[in-house]
Design a protein around this ligand. Structure first.
Ligand code: PLP
Ligand code: COI
Length: 340
């Protein structure tokens, strides 16, 4: 199969690979890792993931370097975030060591699906954990399944590293304060589907959500965090309802290294007027610069870029991040795990 793949033209989409790795929580404990060649699951029709949304996932990537080695980006941070998600919706947390072992195993088993260095593509890793135990009253399951599968992917937004427009739609929220926005649970994405489809149909890449309580501040984008650049500042929202992005966290470190000041604080919508560059960041989105944001309910446009060419700071951060991920630049911060 790998001989038929156009590695540099891959979409961001599902592709069945040879193997996935699974683990079951039963009788109060996680079992041994198992390897499966099926991409299906069998479970009770009363499983809590189906009815009550007890399901969470992660998104991470592995990269093949010039030296042929495979590098996983920030594996432990993703493992810890999955634990936090599990605690958030009362699922059995998967121990970090088991998470890391499963990730390394699934990559090794599907090694030939890690795109070549020159392609600019990567291997997307999707760990998912869900309640399989049957309950009809609303309460946590006593059985869970963890599965990690992989697929080679290209860029999430079409045309790769190019700026694209986003919109604000005030009649939709993806997460509530004190809700589940800070965890990576499936329900958050279901909550964002209507707004996301509406935005795409109008030609936007993503929705920029405002905080659900006051609608005054920027929260995050559909599948990614938001950041803005001005006067040597990297500014990103502080909010209890956004996902703590590992890419954003990494970019803050890189921006600091570039001598920039970092601010994590509330960003009023009107402040958009003052930014030189704005963008989305995430595992899938990497850095996706935003060309303009249309505040559709206020009939107002914030324009950042005339054509779709990314700004200087976004470009510098993007190159630096990619260089670390592909092993072209020294891994100063210990973000990389090499698959042996
Ligand atoms: N925000 C949301 C809602 C996401 O789905 C993602 C994707 O994982 C992110 C932010 C970015 O997080 P990360 O950089 O850890 O991938
Ligand atoms: C990711 O960036 O890994 C995500 O999970 C975002 C999206 C594909 C849901």
């Amino acid at each position: 199969m790998e001989n038929e793949i156009s590695w540099s033209e891959l979409p961001f989409g599902y592709m069945k690979c040879d193997y996935n790795v699974r683990c079951t929580f039963k009788d109060g404990k996680w079992g041994e890792l198992r390897v499966s060649d099926s991409d299906e699951v069998s479970m009770s029709i009363a499983a809590t993931c189906l009815h009550y949304g007890q399901a969470g996932f992660e998104g991470m990537k592995a990269f093949r370097g010039k030296d042929g080695k495979i590098r996983i980006f920030r594996i432990e941070e993703n493992g810890k975030r999955l634990i936090s998600t599990c605690q958030g919706v009362m699922m059995a947390p998967l121990p970090l060591e088991l998470f890391c072992e499963a990730i390394k195993k699934v990559i090794k088993l599907n090694e030939k699906m890690v795109p070549p260095y020159e392609s600019g593509s990567s291997l997307y890793i999707r760990p998912v954990l869900f309640g399989t135990g049957a309950q009809i009253g609303v309460r946590p399951a006593v059985e869970y399944e963890f599965i990690v599968f992989v697929m080679p992917v290209g860029s999430y937004f079409k045309d790769g590293f190019k700026a694209s427009p986003c919109c604000i739609l005030r009649h939709f929220d993806r997460a509530a304060p004190y809700g589940t926005g800070q965890w990576k649970v499936g329900g958050n994405y279901a909550a964002g589907l209507q707004a996301g489809v509406k935005a795409h149909d109008m030609g936007y890449s993503a929705v920029v959500y405002l905080d659900a309580r006051s609608k005054k501040y920027i929260d995050e984008c559909g599948p990614a965090n938001f950041f803005g650049i001005k006067n040597n500042f990297y500014i990103t929202p502080m909010s209890e309802s956004i996902l703590p992005s590992i890419t954003n966290n990494s970019l803050m470190t890189l921006a600091k290294e570039l001598g920039m000041n970092i601010e994590q604080r509330e960003i009023p919508v009107e402040e958009l007027e003052t930014f030189d560059e704005v963008g989305m960041c995430g595992t899938a989105a990497v850095i996706s610069p935003i060309s303009r944001i249309d505040d559709l309910d206020k009939n107002k446009t914030y324009k950042f870029i005339e054509n779709n060419t990314p700004g200087n700071i976004c470009s510098t951060l993007y190159s630096k991040l990619k260089a670390i991920q592909y092993g072209d630049e020294e891994d100063k911060y210990n973000w990389i795990t090499t698959v042996e």
